[in-house]
Ligand binder design. Structure first.
Ligand code: GDP
Length: 208
């Protein structure tokens, strides 16, 4: 079932000002230029809900979108620009850290990686950090229409093998393309039951 309604909700530079954590939330993050905005637009069926990056390194904001009046999709700033100063990197780390520690409604983090590029230390370190905090995450392969089936499978196998060096189990990996919309239904079908569980838990809480 596609997304019916998606709206921009709020942007924040201060994680403490994010909306009340009263509905299920999913965050999208990855290196600058990984295809995050394109993926968000593809998932929501909106051409320009998230801004396709002209220039990396712009203001770092946490963007909340509200989807089907039911859940939050969060566009987190991209990491790993070559040209940012140490101060900006520290600001970024504080922003993400503040966000990740302050969202009890955060049900899953989608870590985007470019399917055409070898596993990068910065992504693996970020996943490690999520693991240390006990935060659930999945991996999203982007731009996969650029690879043929054989190369894509090799890239998936390679990524999994790399993760198995430090993880006992490999997190779920979604194959996507913003160009062909591959992966849209897979991601939305992953999110829906988590939303249902969230609302059921909320209902149960209200009974007591
Ligand atoms: P962001 O910086 O992570 O938000 O990345 P963008 O969504 O702005 O995309 C960065 C560049 O990759 C743009 O030129 C996009 O057109 C391109 N791009 C994004 N997704 C895809 C995809 O699925 N396939 C292809 N071929 N290009 C993509």
């Amino acid at each position: 079932m596609p997304v019916k309604q998606s709206e921009f909700f709020v942007s924040n530079s201060d994680p403490a000002k994010c909306p009340k954590p009263d509905r299920p939330e999913y965050a999208f993050i990855g290196r600058s230029n990984v295809g995050k905005s394109s993926l968000i637009n593809m998932l929501t069926g909106r051409n320009s809900l998230a801004k396709i990056s002209g220039k990396p390194g712009k203001t770092q904001l946490i963007n909340h979108f509200i989807i089907d009046n039911d859940w939050y999709l969060v566009d987190l700033p991209g990491y790993g620009y070559a040209q940012v100063s140490k101060t900006d990197r520290e600001k970024f780390a504080a922003l993400i850290d503040g966000y990740l520690t302050g969202r009890p409604n955060l049900l899953c983090i989608f870590v985007l990686v470019d399917s055409r590029i070898e596993p990068q230390k910065i992504d693996l370190d970020f996943m490690e950090n999520l693991g240390d905090r006990g935060l659930p995450f999945v991996i999203v392969f982007t731009k996969t229409e650029k690879l043929g089936p054989t190369k894509l499978q090799a890239a998936i196998d390679n990524y999994r093998a790399r993760l198995l060096e430090s993880w006992e189990e490999v997190p779920e990996l979604f194959v996507t393309s913003a160009v062909t919309a591959v992966g849209r239904e897979d991601i939305l079908s992953f999110i829906r039951p988590l939303n249902e569980e969230f609302w059921q838990n909320e209902k149960a809480k209200r009974k007591y």
